[in-house]
Design a protein around this ligand. Structure first.
Ligand code: AMP
Length: 223
């Protein structure tokens, strides 16, 4: 199954796409993670991407489309994949459709997770990651048992630069302007399922599972 998870920053796409990946045994592909890895490795692509990421702006389409094109050709993607953070605008969605068509594949469902903006800012601005092992915590919703240190490895917990409140507001603005129109894009193609993303992780997981089951049912009259 080839899936897309859409939704604003902080809505839980990362968490939910990892859960879907486990349940359906298909890889989760996050362009944010791929880009952060390129930044860590200081590749040419990573150095260019860093400038945009720190400002909360979108990285050039050519870069992310290239990353996805290579990744979905990996053998672990033959049974499907769940995309997290890609596509982010209509141009990327068109590029994705074209590359999949070329391989005789297509998107099955796009799930859009929705939540109020004040909750999103609270969720993102409280996020902390371990500077050593990358484990994720939240000062309010998932505090580390060791306070400002990672409860797994003891290293310092830090805030991602793009999780600072001013950058978060820019990321939300970019989302409204460039990414939100994608819900319409997939709706017009009969592929969109909307899910409310304001409950617990388990509640949202159940709503997504139900939405995917419904999407897999044949339309009435064709069973
Ligand atoms: P994320 O972890 O998905 O919120 O992504 C973090 C940052 O990486 C974003 O704010 C963008 O700067 C960049 N990024 C991730 N995915 C994309 C994409 N599909 N297109 C452009 N930029 C992206």
């Amino acid at each position: 199954m080839n899936l897309i998870l859409l939704g604003p920053p902080g809505v839980g796409k990362g968490t939910q796409s990892k859960l879907i990946s486990k349940r359906l045994a298909i890889p989760q592909i996050s362009t944010g993670d791929l880009l952060r890895e390129a930044v860590r490795q200081k590749t040419k692509l990573g150095l260019e991407a860093k400038l945009y990421m720190e400002r909360g702006e979108l990285v050039r389409d050519g870069i992310v489309v290239g990353l996805i094109e290579r990744r979905i050709q990996d053998p672990d993607c033959t049974k499907g994949f769940v995309l997290d953070g890609f596509p982010r605008n209509v141009e990327q969605a068109d590029a994705l459709a074209t590359m999949l068509r070329g391989a005789g594949r297509r998107i099955d469902t796009a799930v859009c997770i929705e939540a109020a903006e004040d909750l999103l800012v609270r969720r993102i601005a409280g996020r902390r990651v371990c500077s050593s092992c990358g484990s994720e915590f939240h000062v309010e919703f998932r505090p580390s048992a060791k306070g400002k240190l990672c409860e797994r490895c003891g290293a310092e917990l830090v805030q991602r630069k793009d999780d600072r409140e001013d950058v978060v507001k820019e990321r939300l603005r970019v989302y409204r302007e460039s990414t939100q129109p994608l819900a319409r894009y997939y709706e017009e193609r009969g592929l969109l399922r909307r899910v409310k993303g304001e409950g617990t992780i388990e509640e949202i997981e159940r709503l997504i599972a139900r939405a995917l089951e419904e999407a897999a049912q044949p339309p009435p009259g064709r069973s």
